[in-house]
Design a binder for this molecule. Structure first.
Ligand SMILES: [Zn+2]
Length: 418
């Protein structure tokens, strides 16, 4: 990781051996990208010389593409042997430093934008978002939801400790019951600085409670959350496994369904009719399935759910992709290890997507879901200079994205040539 956190006003020219400027268009050989400050100024054929005083970034032996976008991460979390203890041991400053480390690792893996969809202490993720934007610490551009909205007893709460300990460590600002409280909870997250709203339409694998994977908020509560989010100009994302919860959220106009393990035919119709995005997070399912079969990390309540979701989550992507649903890339990292986000591409290809479609999900489609299409997702004039490079074409073998050789974010080089 280059220690390059100050804003570079210097003009740069990248010479790209191959450039996939837009995943909808074939890559071109021998391209130049002119960058002024944090913006792309122009993309042109051939290798042009940098202007006097400008800097040349030589990627003539590389395959260059837009910075990747992950629509579903939890930078403040990391599921591993120590996570249960850390929940009650770590101070918020310690959690923030851990999150900053996770952000740096994510950036050096080629992900220049992420959406954080739930932090136990929302202040930590809001602070990290600001520190990265101000270039005080290295990390991807962050959009975040603050606290996850969950009903009492729902998937968004902490379980498994004395209830007074749970009450002490969990984010209470996201717990809401009834239409009015749900409306207020959305408004509260927005007032704290949330870029989007995330709620649990159904149970989830990692909540340590035998409450299943079906719908949790009522239809009324789901409508209240989505309508209020939209009224305040925010996208609404639903964590959902069971079909009833998926369909209630889609009926109410949700912008994305995260996970979506048990979708049914009605879900597919609704996705197409409403234009909602599916954020698959297969790697999260695979990770919890591995953990459920391994020793000691998950509790019996979690194992029961992990064994089903781990299998269903990939089948769900295969079905929704075949039906023509728009897919946006997401990994749920924090469940899996931060920095391994690109492993998701391989699972997407196994589920039937072409490499180019998987890359589109992590660039153009993700930018659309995040309302950032003017800023990121393609390499084009006036966009943010978020550029990565790998040694060979990811269109031939998508696994090369797990070995990113160069990362530029907002015009600054963080990995590779400096
Ligand atoms: Zn998640």
């Amino acid at each position: 990781m280059a220690n390059n956190l100050s804003r570079s006003a210097k003009t740069k020219v990248i010479h790209a051996g191959f450039l996939l400027a837009d995943p909808d268009i074939q890559p071109k050989s021998e391209q130049s990208i002119l960058i002024e400050g944090e913006r792309i100024k122009a993309v042109s054929d051939g290798f042009i010389d940098p202007p006097p005083g400008g800097e040349l970034v030589d990627l003539r032996k590389k395959f260059v593409l837009p910075g990747l976008i992950d629509c579903h991460v939890h930078l403040t979390a990391q599921l591993d042997q120590g996570y249960r203890l850390r929940t009650v041991e770590d101070s918020d400053p310690k959690a923030a430093l851990n999150a900053a480390h996770n952000a740096a690792v994510t950036l050096s893996a080629g992900f220049t934008t992420v959406r954080d969809v739930g932090a136990r202490n929302p202040d930590v993720i809001f602070a990290l978002r600001a520190a990265i934007a101000e270039r005080k610490v290295a990390g991807p551009r962050i959009l975040c939801v603050g606290a996850v909205l969950s009903p009492t007893g729902g998937h968004g709460q902490i379980y498994g400790f004395r209830h007074d300990v749970c009450a002490c460590v969990q984010s209470r600002s996201g717990v809401c019951d009834g239409v009015d409280e749900c409306r207020r909870a959305v408004r509260r997250q927005v007032s704290h600085g949330a870029d989007a709203i995330k709620f649990v339409a159904t149970g989830g694998v990692l909540s340590d409670i035998k409450a299943g994977l079906d719908q949790q908020f009522t239809d009324d509560e789901i409508r209240s959350i989505i309508e209020t989010a939209h009224r305040l100009g925010r996208r609404a994302a639903a964590h959902a496994h069971g079909a009833a919860g998926i369909n209630a959220a889609l009926e109410a106009g949700v912008d994305s369904i995260e996970h979506e393990s048990f979708l049914d035919d009605r879900s597919l119709e609704l996705f197409i009719a409403k234009g909602a995005f599916h954020v698959p997070t297969i790697i999260a399912g695979v990770t919890v399935l591995d953990m459920a079969q391994g020793a000691g990390l998950l509790t019996s309540a979690q194992i029961e759910k992990a064994m089903i979701v781990g299998v269903k989550i990939k089948e769900a992507l295969a079905r929704s992709h075949k039906a023509g649903v728009t897919i946006a890339f997401g990994t749920d990292m924090g469940v899996g290890p931060h920095g391994q986000n690109a492993r998701e591409f391989g699972f997407m290809v196994e589920a039937g997507m072409r490499s180019s479609e998987a890359i589109k999900a992590a660039t153009v489609n993700a930018a659309k879901l995040l309302d950032l299409s003017d800023e990121v997702g393609t390499i084009a004039s006036a966009k943010s200079a978020d550029v990565i490079a790998v040694d060979s074409s990811p269109l031939d073998d998508v696994s090369v994205l797990q070995r990113v050789a160069f990362v530029m974010a907002r015009g600054d080089v963080y990995l590779g040539v400096t």
